[in-house]
Design a protein around this ligand. Structure first.
Ligand SMILES: Nc1nc2c(c(=O)[nH]1)N[C@H]1C(S)=C(S)[C@@H](COP(=O)(O)O)O[C@H]1N2
Ligand SMILES: [Mo]
Length: 257
């Protein structure tokens, strides 16, 4: 059994870990180098942590606060590290909310990508059309919240180029990504426009294998693994908070790495 299916609606432990990490690192600068404990935050917010529900509410608030801190600290021109070919992780790990024998099978011929929401040119893209756009490739580290990381090489279209081509409203807040396996996630616009955010069509120089997200995934080296959706079938530009599969179960929404 996949142990992640056992995760409760709100995985408090993961948020505490996440919160602690954030308070100890980037976000701490915002708090004037003073370390805020959960208890301290509770005092500040007038929240008494007497039961599970109020603890959850509190942690949710801390996580939302983290989203804002991370968004403020995000530097759109700062690049994630890149690596030489010699450092590629082989074999690259597979991960999903299900086991590998349940990876969706997508037919390249009938595959369509639907682009909708706050875009001038709402339309459907075929795989050939995506492959016909200018391609680039990069070697970056994928970091999964479950405690592993791996270096991989992905190729494809710069997502910012794709959004521009589509006439996306770049003032919009979110880009939501919907996947063939019902997974979904969403990202902030500055991350969508980051130069390393890639609409990835290849892995290690070849067509993206099914397990790694055929026919298309979003490779975002500035974000944690769960914010790198595979098998994307629809993209929506929106101002309404779209949440995400894991995010709605307690994972921090911004999910920076
Ligand atoms: N469609 C879809 N995308 C997904 C997931 C998923 O379950 N379904 N899992 C995410 C998580 S948690 C991780 S770590 C990575 C794993 O990607 P990989 O199989 O290429 O290593 O995919 C992410 N994107
Ligand atoms: Mo992950």
């Amino acid at each position: 059994m996949n142990r992640r299916k056992l995760i409760r609606p709100l995985d408090a432990a993961s948020i505490i870990k996440d919160t602690r990490k954030e308070l100890h690192s980037s976000a701490r600068r915002l708090f004037g180098k003073r370390l805020l404990t959960l208890g301290g935050l509770a005092l500040l917010s007038g929240c008494d942590l007497t039961d599970d529900k109020s603890v959850n509410t509190m942690l949710r608030r801390v996580s939302t606060l983290n989203d804002r801190a991370q968004a403020l600290l995000f530097d759109p021109s700062k690049l994630a590290p890149t690596y030489p070919e010699s450092m590629l992780t082989r074999p690259f790990p597979f991960n999903a909310y299900y086991d590998i024998d349940q990876v969706p099978e997508i037919d390249a011929q009938t595959y369509r990508l639907e682009l909708s929401g706050l875009v001038k040119r709402k339309r459907i893209w075929t795989l050939d059309e995506l492959h016909a756009l200018p391609q680039l490739s990069q070697i970056t580290r994928h970091i999964c919240i479950e405690g592993w990381s791996a270096i991989g090489k992905w190729g494809g279209v710069r997502f910012a180029d794709f959004l521009m081509l589509a006439g996306a409203d770049t003032q919009a807040k979110y880009v939501a990504l919907h996947c063939a396996d019902s997974y979904w996630t969403s990202i902030d616009m500055p991350t969508a426009l980051h130069p390393q955010t890639l609409l990835a069509l290849t892995y290690d120089g070849d067509v993206l294998p099914a397990k790694y997200g055929f026919p298309m995934k979003l490779r975002i080296p500035t974000k944690l693994g769960y914010k790198n959706p595979k098998h994307i079938v629809a993209i929506t530009v929106t101002n309404e908070f779209p949440g995400g599969y894991w995010e709605n179960q307690g994972y921090n929404w911004f999910g920076g790495s």
